[in-house]
Design a protein around this ligand. Structure first.
Ligand code: ZN
Ligand code: ZN
Length: 148
């Protein structure tokens, strides 16, 4: 499944006139195969071995290009470690408070909230973000082990 998505994404890049360098290919491939919404640093660490000459700045630069053509979404959480998401369809996020992993879940888009917000405030509403917080399954398991 990820392979088809990779081919599709490469086609999008080509159409946008973006050069596909081996690093860019690797960043895209990594993003498409991870569901944890990595930071640029995570991606850098994962690809470091394969591309010893690649810097974090290169990773950022590639992410910016992928973002510009709409293949990647940047999730900013108020600190300097933006997370990157290659799932550009409408979806919501659940975040583990322990390991800070971010996972996707689907829920019908809350159009009503946007409509009401626009009505109440007079804003020209563009989008919204909703997050659910909790402790992930892995962390729950680790807690249980630690308690015993
Ligand atoms: Zn966790
Ligand atoms: Zn996501």
């Amino acid at each position: 499944m990820a392979d088809g998505k990779l081919q599709e994404s490469i086609a999008t890049l080509k159409k946008a006139g973006v050069r596909i360098t081996p690093q860019r290919h690797a960043v895209l491939d990594y993003l498409l195969n991870t569901m944890t919404h990595p930071t640029a640093d995570d991606i850098y660490k994962a690809l470091e071995e394969k591309f010893p000459n690649m810097s974090v700045a290169t990773v950022y630069n590639n992410l910016r290009v992928l973002k510009e053509v709409g293949l990647v979404r940047e999730l900013n959480y108020g600190d300097d470690s933006s997370r990157f998401d290659c799932n550009t369809s409408e979806h919501y996020h659940i975040i583990c408070k322990k390991c800070e992993k971010i996972e996707d879940f689907n829920y019908p888009t809350l159009d009503e909230v946007e409509k009401l917000a626009a009505q109440v405030t007079g804003y020209d509403v563009t989008d919204h973000r909703m997050e659910v917080y909790g402790i992930c399954k892995e962390c729950q398991k680790a807690e249980k082990v630690a308690a015993n």
